[in-house]
Design a binder for this molecule. Structure first.
Ligand code: ME8
Length: 525
């Protein structure tokens, strides 16, 4: 495992307010960042907003405000949402900040001086929402954008081009040598088959038809193509090519730092084809991984403001608490696959995992320790077969969890933890503590309690990157010391003897699926 970790979300367009899809990606990155920090890995987590481009300029004009005013308002809402979702980013980059603009201008100049960028003329089919030109074959007879499916129009403009063929051999070599560069693997095949094998054209990297962008210093009637501008955020935020390059040197320039970009399936092409080429042009190392997550829809329909089916996470957080929303996002959809959001799924997921399984286990255990042992965790002595089985399963779970998390598979890692919680609940049924108590078999009863506490504390630690509010509550219920709270004790078994256990309110009340389904449907807009 590398000893540093740099993880980024896409920088979102502040053209409309954030919805559950944006929250999904950001939450998954937050979980991975918190996990790495918990493991003692020096971590830097970046998110931000992508504020230039024709689409934003048009939206601002429609509203009668300047583009800057327009984005300022929406960016504040993004930041508010991340605060509510307890997103632990280290930096939030905005592409309208001076620290970004000046460096991107220098990057353009460097690529131009290298001969990677040249001035030419573009004729093709243009998709305004995607800000992309397409060829005849790509738009087909229907003249529809191959990315978003909306109509395109013929356009031509003088623009600067980036020579993609120059770096294609390097890119393909990097794909071969780094089989996990693009995951899931199906996304890599999609890039090769859809874009690369059909002949990659040079990329147009400037525009002259609008001015809400970063001016090209060499020729200011051009503004930079929004994707060149945006992708560079991953290095400008670290101070690349600035007076303060410490973070850049520490994270990007160090081979011991694992660099991970998490992106949605809609923007794979930019991150896995063009971005690595720009980096090659700048003579910089490439990221270790571009993890492509799936897109969520609502009841089978693409979420869109015009359809009025956008779900904002804020009312969900207000009603159910932030951990519930974070858990749903982390656990419901396998990271990398597309997913369907529906109110029923939300309520079921919370009931199954949090109320019935985890919450109920905590509840029962705190109650039994208070009833049978006056709230004091007993010692484990002469463990029997059942105790040993749980110990073995705990060890295995921790190992698998770490491997999966390190491989950017948080959903699968949490599945392992849920399995351990299931096994622990089953262990209660098999050990029948109420019978042990009746028969005065105190040593065995004590063992059961010690094992339950161990399972709960260990699972809470493993779930803590998602359950940020619940984990400290559980630690407090079981009277953990600061030392006992440390992650590394997941490798110890039953070290909580003598801890004082308090009974608290149920952590996750059971939801009435019908009532909650109606509530969630009522907040989609
Ligand atoms: O593409 N389900 O910004 P963007 C899951 N500015 N994730 C979703 C989603 C959904 N329904 N909708 C959006 C841009 N996302 C560029 C990025 S990066 C240098 C520039 C998430 O606001 C997903 O991660 O359109 C997707 O890739 C991203 O938001 C697109 O955000």
């Amino acid at each position: 495992m590398k000893n540093k970790f740099y993880i980024t979300t896409p920088i979102y367009y502040p053209s409309a307010e954030a919805h559950i899809g944006h929250a999904y990606c950001t939450t998954m990155c937050d979980i991975l960042a918190r996990y790495k920090r918990m493991r003692g890995v020096e971590t830097y987590f970046l998110t931000g907003t992508d504020e230039h481009g024709e689409k934003i300029q048009k939206k601002a004009a429609e509203k009668g405000v300047s583009p800057q005013q327009y984005v300022d308002e929406i960016v504040a809402k993004f930041q508010h949402l991340w605060k509510e979702m307890r997103i632990s980013y280290d930096d939030f980059i905005r592409t309208t900040e001076e620290r970004h603009i000046s460096v991107v201008q220098d990057i353009f100049s460097k690529l131009y001086a290298n001969g990677d960028i040249y001035l030419g003329k573009y004729e093709g089919w243009y998709c305004t929402p995607c800000e992309s030109f397409w060829t005849d074959t790509q738009v087909g007879e229907e003249h529809l954008c191959p990315d978003c499916g909306r109509p395109v129009h013929k356009d031509s403009e003088e623009c600067y081009f980036f020579k993609t063929q120059k770096y294609l051999p390097d890119l393909l070599k990097y794909y071969d040598e780094n089989p996990k560069f693009i995951t899931p693997i199906s996304r890599k095949n999609e890039m090769l088959n859809t874009f690369i094998k059909n002949g990659l054209e040079d990329l147009c990297v400037s525009r002259t038809t609008f001015d809400w962008g970063i001016p090209v210093k060499e020729n200011p009637k051009h503004v930079m193509y929004v994707w060149l501008d945006a992708l560079c955020n991953y290095i400008t935020a670290l101070g690349y090519d600035s007076k303060n390059p410490e973070l850049f040197n520490k994270f990007w320039a160090d081979e011991n730092c694992e660099i991970v970009h998490v992106v949605g399936a809609d923007i794979t092409r930019f991150h896995t084809i063009y971005w690595p080429m720009f980096l090659k042009g700048l003579n910089l190392r490439l990221p270790d991984r571009v993890f492509v997550h799936g897109l969520l829809d609502l009841n089978g329909e693409k979420m869109s403001k015009s359809k009025g089916n956008v779900v904002s996470p804020i009312p969900l957080i207000e009603r159910y608490g932030v951990d519930t929303v974070r858990w749903f996002l982390a656990k419901e959809f396998s990271f990398g696959s597309d997913g369907r959001f529906s109110p029923e799924l939300f309520a079921d997921r919370i009931n199954v995992d949090l109320a019935n399984n985890f919450g109920n286990l905590v509840n029962r255990t705190t109650a039994m320790i208070n009833k049978y042992f006056e709230g004091k965790v007993p010692a484990l002595s002469n463990p029997g077969e059942n105790e040993k089985n749980i110990r073995d399963l705990t060890e295995k779970t921790v190992k698998k969890y770490e491997i999966l998390m390190d491989d950017l598979q948080p959903t699968e890692a949490f599945n392992e933890v849920i399995e351990l919680l299931n096994a622990t609940n089953k262990y209660i049924e098999e050990s029948k503590p109420w019978v042990l108590s009746k028969e005065g078999r105190n040593e065995e009863l004590g063992n059961v309690m010690a094992v339950l506490v161990n399972s709960i504390v260990t699972c809470t630690k493993l779930l803590s990157p998602a359950l940020v509010e619940t984990a400290p509550k559980v630690f407090a219920l079981f009277g953990l010391t600061k030392e006992q709270e440390k992650y590394d004790h997941v490798h110890d078994f039953c070290i909580y003897e003598g801890n004082i256990v308090t009974r608290g309110e149920p952590l996750f009340p059971r939801l009435d699926v019908k009532i909650e389904t109606e509530f969630i449907a009522s907040i989609s807009h």
